[in-house]
Write a protein that binds this ligand. Structure first.
Ligand code: NAD
Length: 492
């Protein structure tokens, strides 16, 4: 039986790569190939960039905001109508549970609607100068051709964060999804085509690191990258060599901090949501749980009890709470991190290896794992695992919690659980992270700006702030004084 095949999407057409090479998409639930994907070589990447350039110059930059907005709303309609099928496909490709992937399609559609609303409101400004006879205005212009590179954990969600503001502001794009989860990005192009986007506005090239390198090294005007800090650094160096601006959404080692006075059960749920939702394969994972000494023992016990009760299973089953590691290299990385933590002396409370009971043996399942008495210097507290592995770190005082929380190369997210208002305000001020949650965790909204500090990256996605990532300001100064000015004096 032949497997479904996902081609490239270049200049409005579904095409094979010039070499004809294909790679397999593996279903992490049964470790079997479920589809094939066309691989883009350098030639295909160049073709996609030139299609985007042509579309930008001839069509897209000449559209008005209302036209772009209408297309984006139509795309959102189609994605909402197809959320079930698209969610099913994404869960098959990356092992994320259907109860998350399906709503994520709706969330992605919401992003297209939110930014569609900006497409016809990209105001410039008129700037009063000291001279009355000089008229000055600043306008906002698209950058041109933007490379969008995404990770495998939420292909459609991560793409929407980039593509929606890029399209609304009038840019054309070349997308490279992860080689571990490419299917929905290609399928999405069928929706974009049906919505009526002109050829070349959206292009997709699939493949691994070499395809990404060819794209970043190509004739593009901007890169927006979501992935690991290591590859982010490489991307930024290459873009820097060519002076192309970059947005980086990278990893984290986020602290989730529970004080004695917090609502106990809600904070326990928040801790679980932070590390076991999406199998811990989320950039904002609250992988370091800082617990104040007074409730520490009780919290460890409660979390262990709840972690043992998590339902692992077929990601496509509604009742499943935790799916698989998304791919084999990630599965191995998680298991290695667990072994290393044990070797380093962290106390294993529950989990600690692959989950192999019954049907689980066939997939890349990892037990929900909790380590206690972790010291912040251990590797398990410093390096991103990107899996269902929680490190519990006890603390005594607020100052100590802040010091531990900020002692990390990352700065993506942080959580605080307390009912003390003054402490909340002190903590939100002191924590070095792009996103701080209070009495909630892993809550995201398209209206709220999102991004990191330190090695978690730079630039912002979502919210109005995202528009700036895809726009350049042009200032125009018009002298209508009709006077001859001294050519050798500065004109003030
Ligand atoms: P990765 O860095 O390995 O790969 C990311 C993307 O870059 C993939 O499409 C990959 O093919 C491509 N790539 C690899 N080498 C490249 C190169 N030299 N040049 C250009 N592109 C290249 O990351 P991953 O394993 O796919 O994803 C997991 C990581 O993503 C984690 O670190 C996670 O925290 C991060 N992430 C961050 C966010 C966020 O919003 N901050 C969201 C999701 C995931």
């Amino acid at each position: 039986m032949s497997l479904p095949h996902f081609p490239l999407f270049i200049d409005g057409r579904f095409v094979e790569g010039a070499t004809g090479n294909r790679f397999e998409a593996i279903n992490p639930y049964n470790r079997l190939p479920w589809a094939t994907v066309a691989e883009a070589g350098d030639e295909d990447v160049a073709a996609a960039i030139s299609a985007a350039r042509h579309a930008f110059e001839t069509t897209w930059r000449k559209t008005n905001g209302l036209q772009r907005s209408r297309l984006m709303h139509k795309l959102a309609d189609l994605l909402e109508a197809d959320a079930g099928r698209m969610g099913h496909m994404e869960s098959t490709d990356n092992g994320k549970v259907i109860r998350e992937t399906r709503p994520q399609m709706m969330f992605a559609a919401r992003a297209y609607r939110f930014f569609a609303g900006y497409a016809d409101k990209l105001w410039g400004s008129q700037i009063p100068l000291d001279k009355r006879d000089v008229f000055d205005y600043a306008s906002q212009e698209p950058l041109g051709v933007v490379a969008l590179i995404t990770a495998w954990n939420s292909p459609m969600g991560l793409l929407a964060n980039k593509l929606a503001p890029a399209l609304a502001t009038g840019n054309c794009v070349v997308i490279k999804p992860s080689e571990h989860a490419s299917a929905t990005t290609i399928e999405f192009c069928r929706l974009a085509q049906a919505a009526g986007f002109p050829p070349g506005v959206i292009n997709v090239v699939c493949g691994a690191a070499q395809t990404g390198r060819a794209l970043v090294g190509g004739a593009i005007d901007k890169v927006s990258f979501t992935g690991s800090a290591g590859i982010g650094r490489e991307v930024a160096m290459e873009a820097g060599r060519r002076l192309v601006p970059v947005t980086l959404e990278l990893g984290g080692k986020s602290p989730n901090i529970v004080f004695d006075d917090a609502h106990f059960e809600r904070s326990a749920s928040g801790a679980l949501a932070g590390i076991f939702a999406a199998t811990g394969q989320t950039c904002v994972a609250g992988s370091r749980l800082l617990v104040q000494r007074g409730i520490h023992a009780r919290m460890v016990e409660r979390l262990a009890e709840r972690a043992r009760a998590i339902r692992l299973g077929d990601p496509l089953e509604e009742s499943t709470e935790m799916g698989t590691a998304a791919n084999e290299p990630q599965f191995r990385r998680i298991l290695e991190a667990i072994s290393q933590a044990r070797a380093d002396g962290a106390r294993l409370v529950t989990g600690g290896g692959a989950a192999t009971e019954g049907d689980l043996a066939g997939g890349y399942f990892v037990q929900p794992t909790i380590f206690d008495q972790v010291s912040n210097g251990m590797r398990i507290a410093r390096e991103e695992v990107f899996g269902p592995v929680l490190s519990i770190i006890p603390f005594d005082t607020e100052e100590e919690a802040v010091a531990i929380a900020n002692d990390t190369p990352y700065g993506l997210a942080a959580g605080i659980w307390t009912n003390d208002l003054a402490r909340t305000l002190r903590m939100t001020r002191e924590l070095r992270a792009g996103q701080v949650w209070v009495n909630t965790y892993r809550s995201l909204a398209v209206q709220a700006p999102f991004g990191g500090v330190k090695e978690s990256g730079y630039g912002r996605e979502k919210g109005e702030a995202a528009l700036n990532e895809y726009l350049a300001t042009k200032n125009v100064m018009i002298d209508f004084s009709e006077q001859d000015a001294d050519p050798f004096a500065v004109k003030t």
